[in-house]
Design a protein around this ligand. Structure first.
Ligand code: D61
Ligand code: MG
Length: 435
């Protein structure tokens, strides 16, 4: 871990009371405290961002998460008899209105089985929510249950199937969230109608997970990579994690990464429409993690032989983003401490002819979540095209050359997280991780 990451982790831990401390401080029913304990237990990535949400939405989203996590625990359970599983998935939304209902038939390896065994506490808190929130959660649960039931017997063959499966298990989550944001009054009406953008928010997260988890999933006989894609590269799905077919596996990996990356423009579009700061962080942080994860997976042979994950410190750095700009004092302290660490680690240049370079060390702060776009425009492209006999309007040689140049630039400038070409120019997006 480099010094900056040490600082980041320590300050993050200082700033963030342990989950248990936070939960105990909650002045609310024992059932709701139980729900927040289950949120911490069942979600590595969403628990922290949900608890930073505006008070009007925090409990609603916590219950929304637990209801769908309960449903997913039935879906992921490979020990349940198919007919029974389909029935439980398709009628799960009805159980939300049956006080005291719980589910004790989970298989022995289901990590989240305790949530279903004590699901009655989730139902109690669900029924405490305003009706408009209940209606959204119940409708999404019904549609997701139907979709999950369909894919218990249907394979993910085509890329369309992949999009449809990810819609059922993640796109619907985004569509429901947009409706809850508007129902809370924290977001103006409009975002709930942009279902395609909300859907892309879910698809990018789910596809990134499915791509990252291929090694574990193939080992556990779970099949989420579309057959239509991997069968172009290898004959058997097991070959994907077989060293002998590593090149083919990585080519398939890259094809799916590029497919997932196509959702990012929608994600940016969606984020640019969010007004409430807590909702913005809640939406943007998981997406930022996913961008960091897909960047890590792209062209990375390790994905085919182990479960790659972005470093915890990287994750904390992203989380740090949510420090409100008003916390300038805190930021100032953070800044100074960071500079001190740099100074301690870098040779001191004070009172030397290099004193002036310190001017370049000053930390240029940009607003959190700022995307910088660098546009590289082709110069004398017409002459260049003529010299190389490029066909108009698109010549594959020219496009491949531009892609090749872009890959070289991205391999050199690691701050660039995303780039795309259009006509004779390329745009490179960098992202302000640090303030
Ligand atoms: C803005 C902010 C958060 C968003 C969003 C927009 C749009 C979609 C999502 C979150 C959902 C992203 C899902 C990605 C992680 N994949 C899973 O959890 C898979 O299960 C999917 C079915 C259950 C969904 C539960 C869920 C997840 C996140 C939420 C939420 C509900 C409600 C509110 C906020 C976030 C995966 O499960 C892995 C596991 O079992 O641990 C699977 O089984 O494929
Ligand atoms: Mg699942």
């Amino acid at each position: 871990m480099n010094p900056e990451e040490v600082v980041t982790s320590v300050l993050y831990l200082l700033r963030h009371a342990s989950a248990e401390e936070k939960i105990q401080k909650l002045k609310c029913s024992s059932e709701l405290i139980r729900c927040y304990q289950y949120l911490e237990q069942t979600s590595r990535s969403f628990a922290a961002v949900i608890q930073e949400l505006h008070p009007e939405l925090k409990d609603v989203i916590c219950i929304y998460y637990l209801v769908l996590r309960g449903l997913d625990t039935v879906e992921d359970d490979m020990t349940l008899e198919i007919k029974y599983k389909k029935e439980v998935l398709e009628t799960f939304y009805e159980k939300l209105y049956i006080r005291g209902w719980s589910f004790a038939d989970s298989g022995p390896n289901e990590e989240d089985a305790p949530l279903l065994i004590e699901f009655d506490v989730v139902i109690t808190e669900f029924l405490n929510l305003k009706k408009e929130y209940q209606d959204v959660i119940a409708k999404i649960t019904r549609e997701m249950g139907m979709g999950m039931s369909k894919y218990t017997t249907k394979k993910v063959n085509t890329v369309e199937d992949w999009n449809e499966y990810c819609h059922y298990v993640a796109g619907l989550v985004g569509i429901g969230l947009s409706q809850l944001f508007v129902a809370s009054g924290l977001e103006p009406s409009g975002i709930e109608k942009l279902e395609a953008l909300s859907n892309s928010m879910g698809l990018f997260l789910q596809k990134t997970n499915i791509i990252r988890d291929v090694f574990e999933d193939v080992i556990d006989d779970r099949r989420f990579w579309p057959i239509e894609v991997w069968s172009k590269h290898v004959n058997l799905v097991g070959d994907l994690i077989n060293d002998k077919y590593l090149t083919q596996g990585v080519n398939c990996l890259n094809e799916l990464c590029l497919n997932a990356i196509e959702h990012i423009p929608d994600v940016l579009d969606y984020l640019s429409q969010i007004h409430d700061r807590t909702i913005f962080s809640f939406c943007a942080i998981p997406q930022t993690m996913a961008i960091a994860t897909i960047t890590l997976c792209l062209n990375n042979p390790k994905v085919m032989s182990e479960n790659v994950k972005i470093r915890k410190t990287e994750a904390i750095r992203v989380m740090k983003q949510k420090i409100a700009p008003t916390d300038a004092v805190f930021l100032k302290k953070l800044d100074i401490l960071e500079k001190n660490v740099q100074l301690k680690t870098g040779p001191s240049m004070a009172n030397s002819k290099y004193e002036y370079v310190r001017g370049f060390e000053t930390f240029e702060a940009v607003l959190p979540m700022t995307f910088m776009v660098v546009r590289l425009d082709g110069q004398n492209f017409t002459k260049f095209s003529a010299d190389h006999g490029f066909e108009k309007p698109n010549d594959i040689k020219a496009l491949e050359l531009m892609n090749f140049c872009a890959q070289r630039i991205m391999s050199k400038v690691s701050d660039i997280i995303f780039s795309y070409g259009q006509s004779d120019e390329y745009r490179y997006k960098t992202f302000s991780f640090d303030l």
